[in-house]
Design a protein around this ligand. Sequence first.
Ligand SMILES: [Zn+2]
Ligand SMILES: [Zn+2]
Length: 349
Amino acid sequence: MTQVKAYEAVSATSGLQPGTIERREPAAHDVEIAIEFCGLCHSDVHTIRSEWGPAKYPLVPGHEIVGIVSRVGDGVEGFTVGERVGVGCMVDSCRECESCLEGFEQYCEVGNTGTYGVVDSRNGGVVTQGGYAQSIVVDENYVLHIPEGMDPAAAAPLLCAGITTYSPLRYLDVQDGDAVGVIGLGGLGHMGVKIAKALGATVTVFTTSPAKADDARALGADNVVVSTDPEEMAAAKESLNAILDTVAAVHDLNPYLRTLARDGALIQLGLPSEDMPPVDPGLLIRKRLAYGGSLIGGIAETQEMLDFCAEHGIVSDIELVTAKELDAAYDRMVAGDVKYRFVLDAATI
Ligand SMILES: [Zn+2]
Ligand SMILES: [Zn+2]
């Protein structure tokens, strides 16, 4: 075991404080990573505050991890010491079910092993601890290559926010000439805009705040629709092929469904903690619309996304924070006051 410094929550109300955690010695197929940066995701906040059910404390969050390989096990072939790598939202899965065998480890039928807060049955039943730490040890099958030349801090959010938007766009086969809507312009939404543009789509951002129009255009959006303005929503009627809904707050989807053209799809990415108003089946039926959801992406697809982003010069827009600023950053994140992702500088832990 190696003792490493980390920032952890000890209760739902403790915030994050300095602590020490143990990392296992790298086994044959393990990669030990000296963490450089870790993105701050809304899931981190929900989890450590027990908003998605009771968390297992003490708990170190963080699943947008970038760092340098410091040690590898004897059996590791895909990674070498000194290489820059990433770890996203999962560090293992059963590897045997249909989903795992098809490369959709995120939908593992036994449940994927989340990067933090989950019992790791393959490694002695310890609770996984995330990336707000100096290092992490992960099986090589769940480690990604960060392409050369990519800004490591700005690449970190690709490992959750990037893949969460890339995967549904690829699943829907979005390509040149398609029209894509993105609801919400936060960490997920801003990645959705960039990736949809790079796939060749015309992008419309839906936002409740007219003040975000310039920001949306600066990120590459072609159109901005203020969703609280019924006239603007009506003008967008049946104009889109796909919509990514990144909003986790409760909202009515029906006005957005009306902006989809025949055979369009609305994909839910944000997970509200309360029930949403019902979807009108008539809207779905009359235009053969689909309403679905999507969870991050598989490991191979995450690598594909990183390579795609490198090829298209895409990274996240970030604000770098120190470990001491984590609690304040969480409060700002909850208030929607970040452009567009906070990233922890792990050297400050
Ligand atoms: Zn996340
Ligand atoms: Zn599985």
